[in-house]
Design a protein around this ligand. Structure first.
Ligand code: AMP
Ligand code: GLY
Length: 423
């Protein structure tokens, strides 16, 4: 089988490595992939958002199965276009991808179907939003409606900050059209959990839970990033909480999307907060999380491609989805200065022992050498019977990976370990 994966980050590298385990797979293409994946996939320089070129490539190269991993092509309708050309795909169609593409849509969906989430107001007029903020309770959260490269959420701890966020999103249009509408919502507290779930619209199979670390520096200091590391499973997500989430969030979301005529097929990402009043949805994503995937897929013992095909063919109920009982940790190594300005082009080297456990996110090939080419450069992962063991192993491997100007957090999994001790 010839498989094509759309996307080019660490998440896609992890997906590619898992798909490669299927014995029927003969060739994997990554569009565009990155220089650090060259041993695992044939990288094709087609942008993940160039839907026409993606479809043409798939058609001309007789691709048997396509996985669309990032949010933008999903929201743009890549799955609809590929399916229309007879190419079976993993990922939601455009109508369903709106669950991530529009926060106004997802908040209204949750309200309509009674799915627990923060209370909120929607505004399309900055003057009305500013007037509302005059008396709203602080802290408060301001969110751009559309995709904003993960930067469209502002947690305002003062009234002025909230108003500035409204002005920059709605008046200065820092996120373009994504800021035509905003959601202003209640500030929630509690541990965060990421749960990715396979669903074909009939069955919902949550994967092992995980915990992201979004701030750039140790002790959750510094700017928000795309994610500096992950661990799985998340110790806050107990079996009891998992049951509550299944009954009050996961299954109701599947039913709600079906009722709206927007059946979701693919990987649905639930960003949850375990508040004192129970688990609530912080956000939905219409795809695998990054860097959650880098800890979740290594723990998957069943065959990923087989599960993906079962989702496409709506027979997930008959498919085995089994996870290891062990733990995994991923430490992201980034370029100094990320998430702001950083230099690129530094050669990346690593030990042969570490290589199979490194998922490369931001790298390019220069004169045959793999060099840094992004903010988040790669994720170093490890698995073990215990979380403590996985963390230790991951950091031991970090010491075997080198590039100039590298930085990483030293405390990935520390909060999870503290939660385990408390239990
Ligand atoms: P998002 O871009 O939707 O993933 O949001 C980024 C982060 O903002 C989340 O991971 C949470 O840590 C935080 N966040 C979003 N919404 C809220 C909320 N209502 N209350 C508290 N924190 C929030
Ligand atoms: N790690 C968060 C996300 O993928 O959106």
């Amino acid at each position: 089988m010839k498989v094509m994966v759309v996307g080019g980050g660490g998440r896609e590298h992890a997906i590619i490595r898992s798909i490669a385990k299927n014995p029927t797979v003969t060739e994997i293409f990554a569009l565009p992939g990155n220089g650090g994946m060259k041993d695992d996939a044939t990288c094709v320089p087609i942008a993940a958002t160039d839907i026409d070129a993606i479809v043409t490539f798939a058609y001309e190269n007789k691709i048997d199965y396509a996985v669309v991993a990032p949010d933008d092509p999903l929201v743009l309708g890549a799955v609809d276009a590929l399916t229309a050309h007879g190419i079976p795909c993993f990922g939601p169609n455009k109508a369903a991808a709106i669950i991530e593409g529009s926060k106004v849509f997802s908040k209204n969906l949750m309200k309509k179907y009674g799915i627990p989430t923060a209370t909120y107001e929607v505004f399309d007029d900055p003057a009305k939003a500013l007037a509302y903020l005059e008396t709203a309770e602080i802290p408060i959260v301001v969110k751009a409606d559309g995709l904003a490269l993960g930067k469209g959420v502002i947690i305002a701890t003062t009234r002025e900050e909230a108003m500035d966020a409204v002005r920059s999103i709605m008046e200065d249009k820092v996120f373009g059209k994504s800021g035509n509408q905003i959601v202003v919502e209640e500030f929630l507290t509690g541990p965060e959990v990421s749960v990715l779930a396979f669903t074909d619209g009939k069955t919902m199979v949550p994967m092992v839970s995980s915990m992201d670390h979004k701030r750039a520096h140790d002790n959750d200091e510094g700017l928000n990033t795309g994610g500096m590391g992950t661990i799985a499973p998340n110790p806050y997500y107990t079996a009891d909480i998992a049951k509550v989430c299944m009954d009050t969030i996961f299954l109701p979301t599947m039913a709600a999307m079906n009722a709206e005529g927007r059946t979701f097929k693919g990987c649905l990402y639930f960003g949850l907060m375990l508040t004192p009043k129970g688990p609530k949805v912080i956000e939905y994503n219409c795809r695998f999380g990054d860097p959650e995937t880098q800890v979740v897929l290594p723990l998957l013992e069943s065959d990923l491609l087989t599960i993906m095909q079962a989702v496409t063919e709506e027979r997930l109920a008959d498919c085995e989805v089994k996870f290891s009982t062990g733990s995994a940790c991923c430490v992201v190594m980034a370029s100094e200065g990320y998430p702001q300005k950083y230099d690129k082009g530094f050669p990346i080297t690593m030990s042969e022992e570490a290589r199979p456990h490194v998922f490369v996110a931001g790298a390019a090939l220069k004169d045959g050498a793999v060099v840094t080419n992004g903010g988040r450069v790669l994720g170093v992962t490890a698995m073990d019977d215990t979380l403590e063991g996985a963390i230790k192993k991951a950091y031991a491997r970090v010491a075997e990976v080198h590039f100039d100007n590298a930085f990483y957090r030293h405390d990935i999994g520390k909060r999870a370990m503290a939660a385990l001790v408390k239990e």
